[in-house]
Design a protein around this ligand. Structure first.
Ligand SMILES: Nc1ncnc2c1ncn2[C@@H]1O[C@H](COP(=O)(O)OP(=O)(O)OP(=O)(O)O)[C@@H](O)[C@H]1O
Ligand SMILES: [Mg+2]
Length: 269
């Protein structure tokens, strides 16, 4: 059977034996894990571990060489192009660099996502207002990205990602370009999106604060393999088993300043 009915399972995402190579080298090797509906999963690992590649496989932007990615019970690789496009609306993407169109206003950037989804103009205007309110950008609708702070830009990025009412939000270092204050406000927003809208979140981060604050569960990726799959509680009790997870925790202490002192920037994390 290619697909599993989501009704049979509480799994929003299920990855089975996923492998992906570039130029004959594995970027991901035999990855398996599931993400439950409403869960927030943190993905950590050194630079080049395969985190972004994994996220791209989860939303169908990258094809897999072997294994399966099931989104709400549907196998991405067996879907026709049109079906894949529809399913990808169930998955929102948030990027470190915001990826906003400089020539469009806040409303225009959000509108673009809705235009791509084929939402009619009148509905679009209504939805833009809803999203602006959700991410707290009232009064900034007519501003261009160059007139916004980093945190505000990321709010636009999040609004855009939520345009199609996704079940899953995939965040690739969404707060890495932000100062601590903006990071905190974006984390609060992500928390609200998770608890109030029930959106499942998978987030890549280098920041221990993000893990501590948000992650129900943490996957540690090393050289394309999952070396640890641990709950947030177990992690904070110091029960990590893999040396890489332990070094991640010990190297990254409570705040960004400490991370600088600990040589975070050059540590590969
Ligand atoms: N399009 C591509 N073509 C060739 N190799 C690639 C491509 N994308 C990724 N890779 C390789 O796959 C491996 C994993 O890359 P990936 O970008 O997933 O790492 P990452 O964990 O996200 O790293 P970082 O923390 O630096 O963002 C790396 O060795 C990278 O060079
Ligand atoms: Mg990456």
């Amino acid at each position: 059977m290619q697909n599993t009915s989501p009704a049979e399972t509480n799994e929003t995402l299920k990855i089975e034996g996923l492998s992906k190579a570039f130029d004959g080298r594995y970027a991901l090797e035999n990855i398996s894990f599931s993400v439950r509906r409403g869960e927030i999963v943190g993905l950590i690992g050194r630079s080049g571990a395969g985190k972004t590649t994994l996220l791209r496989c989860l939303n169908g932007a990258d094809s897999v060489d072997s294994g399966r990615v099931l989104v709400e019970g549907r196998n991405l690789s067996t879907l026709k192009e049109r079906e894949l496009l529809v399913l990808r609306q169930r998955i929102g993407l948030v990027f470190q660099g915001f990826n906003l169109l400089q020539s469009r206003t806040v409303s225009g950037n959000i509108s673009l996502a809705l235009e791509i989804l084929g939402v009619p103009r009148k509905e679009r205007l209504h939805r833009i207002q809803q999203l602006i309110h959700l991410v707290g950008l009232e009064g900034h609708e007519a501003k261009y990205p160059s007139q916004l702070s980093g945190g505000q830009k990321q709010r636009v990025g999040i609004a855009r990602a939520l345009a199609g009412h996704p079940a899953i939000l995939l965040c690739d270092e969404a707060t890495s370009a932000l100062d601590p204050e903006a990071t905190t406000s974006i984390l609060t927003l992500l928390e609200t999106i998770n608890t109030e809208l029930g959106v499942t979140i998978v987030l890549i981060t280098h920041e221990m604060d993000v893990i501590r604050r948000l992650a129900h569960r943490v996957l540690v990726l090393d050289q394309g393999r999952i070396v640890e799959d641990i709950s947030g509680e177990a992690l904070s009790r110091g029960e990590a088993e893999h040396s890489l997870t332990q070094s991640f925790i010990s190297r990254l202490s409570n705040n960004a300043e400490d991370m600088e002192v600990a040589g975070y920037a050059s540590s590969g994390f």
